[in-house]
Design a binder for this molecule. Structure first.
Ligand SMILES: [Fe+2]
Length: 163
């Protein structure tokens, strides 16, 4: 059976391309790479050797809970900077957390309103002040829905390559 083998790119719709590019380049350190000669505003960014993030400016609606998760190399610096910018959003998925396999999980809104999850490697050293911060809560997010459908285990991980 044929199968999907990789995420090639994720396209985020933004309301202002220049403002969005500044956020992804300056705040998240992403590298812009050339896009095709499309007749609409768009910018491509390199995530790694296989994957790209595409930003494209259109009028659209933004998801409240749907998100893209980016692993970052320095969650401590990013955490305090995102807090300073006031873009950490605890409404869709609750507070900043540490997942059972170790990564920090936090959600921010980009300038257009796209929800971006930021994650650290499971073995990354976390600034202990984050655990004491008002935006942090221990344990996984509890929605209160009490609907346990899905494929679940207490040994789940975002980083299955390491297992
Ligand atoms: Fe997620």
């Amino acid at each position: 059976m044929a199968k999907a083998i990789n995420i090639n790119h994720v396209a985020l719709v933004v309301s202002n391309l220049e403002e969005a590019c500044e956020f992804y380049e300056k705040e998240l350190g992403m590298e812009a790479i050339p896009a095709f000669l499309f007749d609409y505003p768009t910018a491509f960014f390199k995530i790694n050797e296989d994957q790209q993030l595409h930003l494209t400016e259109w009028e659209d609606t933004y998801s409240f809970r749907g998100h893209l998760c980016l692993q970052v190399d320095d969650i401590n610096t990013i955490y305090w900077r995102m807090k300073e910018l006031g873009v950490i959003d605890v409404k869709p998925w609750g507070h900043v957390r540490q997942l059972p396999d170790g990564p920090i999980q936090m959600f921010v809104r980009d300038p257009s309103g796209n929800l971006i999850e930021l994650s650290s490697a499971p073995d990354a050293k976390i600034d202990p002040k984050i655990f004491e911060d008002e935006l942090f809560k221990p344990g996984i997010y509890v929605s209160g829905r009490n609907d346990f459908r899905g494929y679940k285990t207490k040994d789940a991980t975002l980083y299955h390559k390491n297992k």
